[in-house]
Each structure stands twice: as structure tokens, then as C-alpha cells.
Design a protein around this ligand. Structure first.
Ligand code: SAM
Length: 222
């Protein structure tokens, strides 16, 4: 099932960004700035994204409204694939899964529409792709020169499995933005520590210390 197939979604005007629920603040033509929950414009030049991506095929993992994917395109990427799950059921919910009410499903479905509206407004060639990071397969999605993962790992039951899956399809560079606990990092600087986070029935899993950053293993593909 794809998002929106069988849920009642409030009517919206597909060309009016104000009618949508926005996760990302995105600057669109005509001076329109989407009212996003997260405004990454402040940090866009501070996360290690290469200044230019000319000629590189790029992957944005967990794209949501597509802010980072559009930014990669703006920086000259030859192609960008924006990956996200199609269905809220595909998120890593804790078990037993909380029942998703019609309202929650409608809210999540409406959020997914923002990407399409932003892409159309920007005249973007970013390709949306709806599958889980765990299922990345070079035979079906192809290979990439560059991948970006923004604040996704703490939503995953198996963050290492997700990194391994990304590693399968990316030949060169990964930029990973992840949530780390400053307290665990300061209190136990030499010991990697993590713990299961208790956010109730939400898809949140672990908030580790910086010592748990396994992305240094990236280069040798472990
Ligand atoms: C916290 S948001 C981060 C959005 C964006 N990457 C950013 O940095 O602003 C996490 C995103 O990852 C997506 N996501 C969650 N589980 C996923 C999975 N297994 N595969 C791909 N995307 C997933 C969510 O749907 C959501 O869009």
C-alpha cells in the first residue's frame, strides 16, 4: 500500500505550499518560503556537504520534504535519488506496534505530499524513491558517488544494518548527521555507550555517545 491509498486526507491545493504540512523550510521560486518544522538553512554549510557535487550521482536517505536532496541538486549533482519509506507502517515502530489512527495516518500522508510540491515548484529532477534503507540493492537502484543520511539512525531498530545497506550502493563518500548524547560522551569519553531510548510508542531507538560513531569504518566497508 502506498501512502494516501486508503486514508482520508484533508483536501489541499497542490500548488499552494501553505496548504501543506512542512517538515523542511525550503526556499521556492517567487519568494515563497515553506513553513517547515526544521530550518536547515542555518546549518547547510556546516555539516560537511561538499561545496560542489558536479557529475556525482547522489543519494539522500530519509529525505522527508527533500531539503538535502534539493541542496545536492543545487550543488551540481548529475542525479539525485531521494529515498524514504512510502508507508508509515514501514517505520521501525516498537512492538507491539501502536495502532495508527486515521488522523495520524492522514497527517503522515499529507507530510509526504510536500516533497512533490517542492520538487514541482523548483523544477527539480530529483527522483523520489519509496523503499526502506534496509532494502537498498545496487541491482535495482544503481550505485552512487555520494550519500547523505540526516538524523535517521536514531529512528532505526538496526542502524548498523542501515549503514551496511547504504555502503552496498555508495562507492565513495558518506556524510552522516546523527544524534549523539553530549552527557554520555562527556561522562564516558573513552567508552562507547548507548541505551534504548524510551519515547513511548514512537519510532525512536538509541541515543549513543560519540564513541559509537561507526562511520569511521566506512572507508574499509566493514
Ligand atoms: C528525522 S527525519 C529526517 C529528515 C531529513 N533527513 C533531515 O535530515 O532533515 C527521518 C526521515 O527518515 C525517514 N525514514 C524512517 N525510516 C526509514 C527507513 N527505514 N528507510 C528510509 N527512510 C526512513 C522518515 O520517514 C523521515 O522522513
Amino acid at each position: 500500500m502506498k501512502v494516501g491509498d486508503d486514508v482520508a486526507v484533508p483536501p489541499f491545493d497542490p500548488v499552494d505550499p501553505a496548504s501543506l504540512v512542512w517538515y523542511h523550510t525550503i526556499e521556492l521560486p517567487g519568494g515563497v518560503v515553506t513553513p517547515g518544522e526544521y530550518d536547515h538553512r542555518r546549518i547547510v554549510d556546516r555539516v560537511g556537504l561538499p561545496a560542489r557535487l558536479d557529475g556525482r550521482r547522489c543519494l539522500d536517505v530519509g529525505t522527508h520534504d527533500g531539503f538535502w536532496a534539493f541542496e545536492m541538486e543545487r550543488r551540481g549533482a548529475s542525479a539525485v535519488v531521494a529515498l524514504d519509506v512510502a508507508d508509515p507502517e514501514d517505520l521501525d515502530w516498537p512492538e507491539p506496534r501502536p495502532p495508527l489512527s486515521g488522523d495520524v495516518r492522514a497527517f503522515l500522508a499529507a507530510r509526504k505530499r510536500a516533497f512533490g510540491v517542492a520538487a514541482a515548484a523548483l523544477g527539480s529532477r530529483v527522483e523520489p524513491r519509496y523503499e526502506s534503507v534496509y532494502d537498498l540493492d545496487p541491482d535495482t537502484i544503481g550505485r552512487f558517488d555520494f550519500a547523505f543520511i540526516g538524523t535517521l539512525l536514531h529512528h532505526l531498530r538496526d542502524p548498523i544494518g542501515a549503514l551496511q545497506a547504504v555502503r552496498r550502493v555508495v562507492d565513495d563518500q558518506l556524510v552522516l548527521v546523527a544524534v549523539f548524547s553530549p552527557w554520555k560522551t562527556v561522562l564516558l569519553p573513552l567508552t562507547p555507550v548507548t541505551e534504548l531510548a524510551d519515547f513511548g510508542n514512537l519510532p525512536f531507538w538509541e541515543i549513543p555517545s560519540r564513541g559509537c560513531d561507526v562511520s569511521s569504518k566506512w572507508a574499509d566497508g566493514k
